[in-house]
Structures are given as structure tokens and as C-alpha cells.
Design a protein around this ligand. Structure first.
Ligand code: ZN
Ligand code: FE
Length: 256
């Protein structure tokens, strides 16, 4: 199993980009490009050269720095076939079931439509990481701009099935606001209460709360917990399907 390194790069006001570095080959991928400059600084600080860029979805805050970064590095760009018409030119277009290759690393492409149609996540089993951008987020999930609640529910179920030790590298520092909302959905969850305390401490020290682990998301993220009877009861939805409960949680968050 090859050694890998992951670097979290704050960009813009609350976005994250990530570097995924394959130590054995020296290949380095960047996931999303909110802004080229902080990514170029992170590369230069480590003496890494960028081989590949992985794009999760078409929103400007994930692609605005892409043309500049491609010009500066010549890296090859991977993105969703479904988004190709609204992304800068792709070198490789991929869909669920396809793989991406970063040096000696192989990543699986997962369709996580919901926030946008054609949003993809990249799971690297050897690195123990999944890059989820605006699908599964720390204590939250992306707003439904293009997809239906059912689509997002299905997308999150795919991510929930990954190994629990997987690092969830998501696209924004929204965790403190997500935590305030999560406590309204599951006020008696002891794992959530202790996680919120850790989040409060981290944010007070201006430390990132991303990445998180899938295990902690499964234990605390209301959007992954729609099948919990206690949540259905809190929402007066006992007997509803998990997808219906999920849709209600998402709607409540939209107006929180
Ligand atoms: Zn987005
Ligand atoms: Fe975003």
C-alpha cells in the first residue's frame, strides 16, 4: 500500500481545496480550485509539482482558479462527463464506476448528485479518503440547488457505505453553523454534544474542522441519521421513510 499525504488548503472565505500526494511516484492531485494562489503556495512549500486536478462540480467557488492553475502547472483536469458542458475543458471526463489515476493511486468516481446534478466524489481506498465537496459535509450536506431530496439521500447512502475510518474531505468550513442546527434535530445525542464542544474549541482557535471521519459523521450528522427512530419522533414523523425524514431535515435546515 503506497504512502500518501493529504493537505487541506483554506481558500476564499470558507472553501477548502485539498492536495493528494503519492509519495512513491511524486504525483500530486489537487481537488477543486476555488483560487489558484493558495494552492500554488502549498505546492511550492512542499516542492511538489501538480500532475492532476480533480473537479467535483461546476460551481464557481470550486473552479474559479482552474484556468490559472492549469496554465501555471500543465496539470491534467478530471471532471464529470455530466458537467463537461459547463466546466472549463477537461482532459478526462468520468462517471460513476470510472476510476481516476494519480501516479500509483487509483480513485473511484461516485455520483453524488443532489447539490448539483453531475456532482461527483472521489474515493481513494489506499489513502483512506473521500473528497465530497458539497455533498456530504462535516455535520451537514449541501443545499439542493439542482437535485431532489431523494437523489441526495441516495448519494449520501453511497458515501455512508464506505469504510467508517475514511476521512471525509469536504468543501467548506460550515461546521459551526451545521452544529447549531444538528442540535435541534438530535438534542440528546451524546456523541453530537461532545463533537459540538470540540468544534467550538477548534473554531475559537481558528482551526479547521475538515476533514472529519466518516465514523463521526455516521454518529452525529443528522443527514446520515434519517433512519433513527428518535429523529423521526422529534420531527413528529414516526412511520415515515428515511428518505422522507431526510427531505424534512434538509427543508428545516434551509430556513434555519
Ligand atoms: Zn457547490
Ligand atoms: Fe461550494
Amino acid at each position: 500500500m503506497g504512502e500518501t499525504q493529504i493537505v487541506t488548503i483554506p481558500c476564499l472565505s470558507d472553501n477548502y481545496a485539498f492536495l493528494l500526494h503519492d509519495v512513491s511516484t511524486g504525483a500530486t492531485a489537487c481537488v477543486d480550485v476555488p483560487d489558484a494562489a493558495p494552492i500554488q503556495s502549498a505546492l511550492a512549500a512542499r516542492g511538489w509539482s501538480l500532475s492532476d486536478i480533480l473537479i467535483t462540480h461546476h460551481h464557481w467557488d470550486h473552479v474559479d482558479g482552474l484556468p490559472e492553475l492549469v496554465t501555471a502547472t500543465g496539470a491534467k483536469v478530471w471532471g464529470a462527463t455530466a458537467d463537461a458542458h459547463r466546466l472549463p475543458p477537461l482532459d478526462h471526463s468520468v462517471s460513476e464506476g470510472d476510476t481516476v489515476t494519480i501516479g500509483g493511486l487509483t480513485g473511484d468516481v461516485i455520483d453524488v448528485s443532489g447539490h448539483s446534478l453531475g456532482h461527483i466524489a472521489f474515493h481513494f481506498p489506499e489513502a483512506g479518503a473521500v473528497f465530497t465537496a458539497d455533498s456530504l459535509m462535516a455535520l451537514g450536506c449541501g443545499r439542493l440547488f439542482e437535485g431532489t431530496p431523494e437523489q441526495m439521500y441516495d448519494s449520501l447512502q453511497k458515501l455512508a457505505a464506505l469504510p467508517p475510518e475514511t476521512l471525509v474531505c469536504s468543501g467548506h468550513e460550515y461546521t459551526a453553523a451545521n452544529a447549531r442546527f444538528a442540535l435541534t434535530i438530535e438534542p440528546g445525542n451524546p456523541d453530537l454534544i461532545s463533537r459540538v464542544q470540540r468544534i467550538t474549541t477548534a473554531r475559537a482557535a481558528d482551526q479547521p474542522t475538515v476533514p472529519s471521519s466518516l465514523a463521526e459523521e455516521l454518529a452525529t450528522n443528522p443527514f446520515l441519521r434519517a433512519a433513527e427512530p428518535a429523529i423521526a419522533a422529534t420531527l413528529a414523523m414516526t412511520g415515515a421513510t428515511p428518505a422522507q425524514v431526510f427531505a424534512r431535515i434538509r427543508a428545516e435546515k434551509d430556513t434555519f
